[in-house]
Design a protein around this ligand. Structure first.
Ligand SMILES: C[S@@+](CC[C@H](N)C(=O)[O-])C[C@H]1O[C@@H](n2cnc3c(N)ncnc32)[C@H](O)[C@@H]1O
Length: 255
């Protein structure tokens, strides 16, 4: 543990290399109804993206309180979902340093280059949240400071439908359930909901809304934390990654 705390300088939000990427690729391809090769291409892309590697490492070089080369860990899954589903609007609760936000913003940037622009709205109570995201990466980002459940109604009212939601504001069942209800009121029928710390709230939400619930265990590679599970909820009939891409390029040619 000491080795990870000193060398990794991470105290409360571990990120780790994944030991089971092949299982992850197979799982995501299955739930998104797309080819494994497509999932692998997004994974490779994330790992080679300068915004998530060299540019980020350069900025972190002198930070003593943060890992110098943070692995994406579970956020690789976030990246792949944002790439595969080409959402117009992604919402995230719980930003902390901003590694998850950065992964999503890089995925949205790649989508935009392919003709599928999208935006990210993130909520966190911390005024310092998101410090890790460089100004040059913020063009498609709205970072809202304040409690998710208090700010969501106003912020989401004037926005497009939420297509991808990451609940990452911690392990409080009531908070997560409140966030899910608020997002639902502004979400498309084919929205995908993701949670790690509050899988019970997500599973209960999926049950109430008649959505399919899936879970995947991200196994760590040589890390003091063995791994962590992530939950996914969506209308099974409405979500296919290939379907979304092809229908958008045909019926929604955004420039
Ligand atoms: C697990 S961390 C988020 C990790 C981040 N998504 C990442 O990828 O590294 C949880 C964050 O949720 C925030 N949080 C806690 N309660 C919240 C609330 N009611 N509304 C918004 N954010 C909240 C905390 O300030 C903390 O930064």
């Amino acid at each position: 543990m000491l080795r990870f705390v000193v060398a990794g300088a991470e105290f409360d939000n571990f990120s780790f290399e994944l030991a089971n990427e092949a299982e992850l690729a197979a799982f995501l391809a299955r739930i998104l109804s797309c080819e494994e090769a497509e999932i692998w291409s997004y994974m490779r892309e994330a790992k080679a993206d300068p915004g998530l590697t060299t540019d980020l490492w350069r900025r972190l070089r002198w930070r003593l309180d943060y890992t110098r080369r943070p692995p994406l860990g579970r956020r690789l899954t976030w990246y792949v979902l944002a790439r595969a589903l080409t959402p117009k609007l992604v919402v995230e609760t719980g930003v902390q340093d901003g590694l998850g936000s950065l992964a999503l913003l890089r995925a949205l940037d790649h989508n935009a280059r392919e003709g599928f622009p999208g935006r990210l709205i993130s909520f966190d109570t911390l005024p310092t949240a998101g410090w890790l995201v460089a100004p040059s990466e913020r063009a498609s980002w709205r970072l809202v400071t304040g409690s998710s459940v208090e700010r969501m109604p106003d912020v989401l009212a004037g926005e497009a439908s939420v297509e991808l939601f990451f609940q990452d504001s911690g392990g409080d069942f009531e908070l997560a359930s409140g966030e899910l209800r608020l997002v639902l009121a502004h979400a498309s029928a084919s929205a995908v909901y993701v949670s790690q710390a509050q899988r019970p709230a997500l599973a209960a939400f999926a049950d109430q809304q008649g959505l399919r619930y899936h879970a995947f265990y991200h196994r760590s590679f040589k890390h003091v934390i063995p791994g962590s599970e992530m939950g996914f909820a969506f209308d099974a009939g409405a979500v296919t990654a290939q379907g979304r891409r092809s229908s958008r390029s045909r019926s929604d040619p955004r420039d």
